[in-house]
Design a protein around this ligand. Structure first.
Ligand SMILES: Cc1cc2nc3c(=O)[nH]c(=O)nc-3n(C[C@H](O)[C@H](O)[C@H](O)COP(=O)(O)OP(=O)(O)OC[C@H]3O[C@@H](n4cnc5c(N)ncnc54)[C@H](O)[C@@H]3O)c2cc1C
Length: 419
């Protein structure tokens, strides 16, 4: 690097967003320094994160273009159909499971060369594949475990001070350091948001019968309950309950937990058992007031932490990666530096509206569905059935959820950034 720079871009945070961004920038010809605070021996352990991600087909196109398909496809479960229903908890006179008025998305209607609606990938597999891909790229320097602990800026550069005192200088620093982003806070970018009074219980369930690649989302009075298909006869559940109830469900003996689970899950997949531990994730909404500052960009949860009810949080972060890498590499191709204000403003214009509208859309769905007020319940059931009856509306939702609507960056179309 010339001008005393250590890299074109320093990425703080090596979660799924930071690692994907590092690979994308590297493909586009930018030199990258990736700093991550976590210990790989902990984050790569199977007991670290019980989540599974619903990855939109456009996000997967990007991972394919970055060379990750061989590692991810064997462990991915295609989502063939999605059933959204106003659910019921079983009880006297009630049978549990979905109501007859529902919304049904079928991948076969999309006509995208047989692409599924999305893929279910367990977080542990995503971490392992990204980690291996980054380490295989000798041009990406990874410093881990290490935190970015200080930031100074001048007109042409940003200097990140690491926790061990080392100082790294580049034209651009990206904060991909999650919801409590140090980079965001240190640059004075404020957030708006609030806690949801619920915790998401996440667990992997084994069941007797095949899920046939169908994902289910029930809207229960306490919050959404999702059944997401994994490889084999397994599904990942994301079950939102008020904080105290969730705590109790996380701690209760397995047999009691399974009895509670069956009341919501229903019996359509036969006998159920737990695979591995239960995990709890308190939910909150958090939106950064802007995605850029001088010589700094924010990506992923550092910029937007949303309700996981439609499984879009990481997908938004991956779209950020595709757009930011393209803006930075295009700027460098015409002789500008990686942190030029024109590149950063183009990035923010490209991503801000989508991120805010998705966050508010999830907010609307959560408020609309997480209650049992009778007229509202009737209205939303009719609403679901109406969208279900209207083919174009249904296809629009599928394209939007698949991340294929609007002006797509090259990587989300499956194109490489390599010159
Ligand atoms: C229950 C649940 C289910 C979900 N399901 C889905 C789904 O189906 N689909 C989907 O798209 N999304 C889903 N999400 C959202 C998704 O998990 C997040 O959007 C995603 O993990 C964010 O990734 P990230 O890389 O931005 O942040 P993180 O994963 O939080 O990574 C941040 C990284 O930064 C590092 N770091 C922090 N501070 C520093 C520092 N000072 N210096 C250096 N490094 C630092 C951390 O060690 C970490 O490695 C779900 C979320 C929840 C809670």
């Amino acid at each position: 690097m010339s001008n005393g720079f250590d890299a074109d871009v320093i990425v703080s945070g090596g979660g799924p967003v930071g690692q994907t961004l590092a690979l994308a920038l590297d493909q586009g010809g930018a030199s990258v320094l990736l700093v991550d605070a976590s210990k790989p021996s902990e984050t790569l352990a199977p007991s670290f994160d019980g989540r599974a991600f619903a990855i939109a087909f456009s996000s997967f196109r990007m991972w394919r273009a970055l060379g990750l398909a061989d590692a991810l496809e064997p462990v991915a479960q295609p989502i063939r159909q999605i059933m959204v229903t106003d659910g019921e908890v079983a009880g006297p006179g009630r049978r549990g499971g979905p109501s007859p008025l529902h919304l049904h998305f079928d991948g076969a209607e999309l006509g995208e060369d047989g692409e599924p609606l999305g893929l279910m990938l367990e977080a542990r597999h995503v971490r392992a594949a990204l980690d291996a891909a980054v380490r295989a790229q000798s041009s990406i320097r990874m410093i881990q475990p290490m935190s970015v602990a200080g930031i100074e800026r001048d007109a042409v550069s940003v200097t990140a001070t690491l926790a061990d005192g080392r100082r790294l200088r580049a034209p651009l620093l990206v904060g991909a350091d999650g919801r409590r982003s140090f980079v965001r806070n240190a640059t004075g970018v404020r957030t708006i948001g609030w806690d949801y009074p619920v915790t998401a219980i996440v667990a992997t369930i084994q069941h007797e019968l095949s899920h046939e690649g169908v994902a289910h989302e029930y809207f229960l009075p306490n919050g959404p309950f999702a059944i997401l298909p994994l490889t084999g006869e397994r599904s990942n559940i994301v079950w939102a309950e008020p904080r105290a109830a969730a705590e109790a469900l996380l701690k209760m003996p397995e047999a009691d937990f399974l009895a509670e689970l069956r009341l919501r899950f229903g019996d359509f997949l036969g006998a159920l058992s737990l695979e591995g531990p239960r995990f709890g994730y308190p939910l909150s909404l958090q939106l950064a007031e802007r995605m850029i500052d001088a010589r700094v960009a924010l990506a992923g949860d550092a910029a937007h932490g949303i309700h996981p009810l439609a499984g879009q949080g990481l997908n938004l972060g991956l779209k950020d990666c595709a757009a930011l890498a393209e803006c930075v590499c295009d700027a460098m191709a015409v002789g500008l530096d990686a942190g030029d204000v024109s590149a950063l403003e183009r990035y923010q214009r490209w991503r801000r509206f989508d991120n805010v509208s998705m966050a508010l859309g999830m907010e609307f769905f959560d408020k609309m569905f997480s209650n049992s007020i009778t007229p509202l319940r009737a209205a939303r059931r009719i609403g679901l059935a109406a969208v279900n009856a209207a083919g174009p509306a249904r296809r629009f939702f599928m394209k939007y959820a698949g991340g294929a609507a609007g002006d797509l960056p090259k990587l989300l179309k499956g194109e490489s950034l390599a010159a």
